[in-house]
Design a protein around this ligand. Sequence first.
Ligand code: ADP
Ligand code: MG
Length: 675
Amino acid sequence: MNLDAPLTSLKGIGPRRAELLGKLGLFSVNDLLRFAPRDYLDYSRIVLAAEGVHGQDGAFLLTLSGPPRLAYIPGRRLNVLTVTGKDASGKLTLTWYNQPFRKDQLQAGRQVCACGRMDRSHGARLINPALYPACPGILPVYPLTRGLSQNLLREAVRTALSCALPDLKDPMPPSLLKKHGLLPLQSALPSLHFPAAQAALQQARRRLAFEDILLFRLMLSLLGREQEGMAARPVDGAPAYRAFLRMLPFTPTGAQQRAMADIMQDLASGKAMNRLIQGDVGSGKTAVAFFAMYAVMAAGKQAALMAPTEILARQHYEKLAAILGPERIRLVLGGMKKAQREEAWAALSTGEASLAVGTHALLRDEGMFQSLALVVTDEQHRFGVGQRAAIQSKGQEGLHVLVMSATPIPRTLALLLYGDLQVSRIDELPPGRKPIATRLVPPSKRKDMYNFIQAQAATGQQAYIVCPLVEESEELPGVPGAVQLYQRLHKAYPTLALGLLHGQMPSREKEAVAADFRAGRIRVLVATTVIEVGVDVPAATIMAIEHADRFGLAQLHQLRGRVGRGERDSYCFLLCSPEPGDGAAERLAILCDSQDGFAIAEADLAMRGPGEFLGKRQHGLSEFEAAHLAMDLELLEEAQAAAQDILAHPAPQYRPLLALAKARLASLREDIVGN
Ligand code: ADP
Ligand code: MG
């Protein structure tokens, strides 16, 4: 069977089910085969009735005794079906609510394997257990969508496995599998879904993760090679450099100068630049990027700067306009009025404007550039490989690419993510920076902290208070929401110039609040992590983070980087109420002791492992299952090395892998550009 065949070619899947499966991102047989369960129910071991523990799942091998009883409770509109089952150790009651049809399956004397959670609150019971003729082993639990059941998905996967397995071609050659001790695809996929034992599952996951990392790395290298191979008209940046320094309101640090020199060399080389500027929060990457843009503009070409949030894009626009004047710069944001956007694209397509600053809208819009020669992405870790691929397709040949990232990604991950890029490190902070005094604040001191913030605000200082949620929810009791905290503080400190900023606010309102905070009209800004990246208000001196233990260390460091930019003493308060033994206090203490983003990231990685470290934010790994990285660093390194080998010696046996990487890159690009 063709693996790319639509799901409707499988028995039991009609157009309606196929549509539901599509909501889960499953379209082809291959998608289904590689659909990773989100969890497993381990029913591989039979539990005795007498030994089942309250609240735990188990598989019980029982003989049904006596006839089933069906009762109806009219008040609650509830059908209750019960039957007794026995094993050598004792008895259990099996209870189903509103499943009267099961009655016919429960003949006395029948042997069943009943699987479910033991409930001992009224005798020994299993509520709504699943029945199997024999021990079902380890069962997959898939992410679902309304209208699909676990059973349906399990059946669909079983069908797919039995139809497609014989025709499955392993992209990895046997020699590679052998070298790294990996399962062939034909045994890995069945074990991913229906593992015979935990060990088999681990092996299957390892194999699939290895393949994913390998392909990801190959994809990045292909991208880098496409880029490197391209000729670009040489640009002499030296005159632009001298002019730029005169416009810049400060003298660049040595590290900034070195980065600018690297860029000048790239621009003059006659080949397309593919460079990463890595520097800790506040190290001054923006000025370096602005220089690159200015140099390209001075050479009569166009440059675009892409930021992950509208707030950041706007801020870049304003700064750039302050240095170069607004005439030749256009802002392109999703939240802008249509007419405004059209004006911007008109100016960019005729060359009336030379610089574009914006968000993803820059990629998604249909607008064209007249002569785009450079694309800069800020906070690169927020963008995936797909975006990088898409960016490249926006320019003509020989597009220069500059990416900036503050995320101090530990070496191993950096190699994986950025291995194909040239790197300039900004390892020096602008002069006069003072360390940010960082303290853990227990709940008992929260009021004191608010009082301190109010007192500081009264003397002209500014503060951020960051909440993990926009709105409080019943599902997460005790986790503060920005909206509610804003209201509480407004009540408690009626004279305080307080503001609220979160991602769900309309674009215009966000913009107004950010402007008020920059101008000092708002002294204390209650916000969500929308302010995390790049926001630069040098007068802000206090960063308070509610429920800090809900954030990763790298993210906290990034948030903390919003303060400590001026001359005055700065503070970072980490509110947390750690449970003894949960390690949260130890984790947060790392931040109190260090201001070095790199050391913090390494510690975070060591404490939480790569899966957690990458977490939801995915650091450019959006096309990757972060779950795969939850494995271990060794696997990452091993796969990384294998990719390097393949690239250095692309023997014919690796052709299928390389072809697959190429195909994935193309489809990622399509997903983003949308055509
Ligand atoms: P990041 O690397 O985090 O993007 P920014 O580029 O936003 O950092 O710079 C942080 C702050 O430091 C800004 O307010 C910027 O104007 C200022 N800055 C950057 N470079 C210098 C410098 N060489 N001297 C003084 N201030 C600088
Ligand atoms: Mg920045």
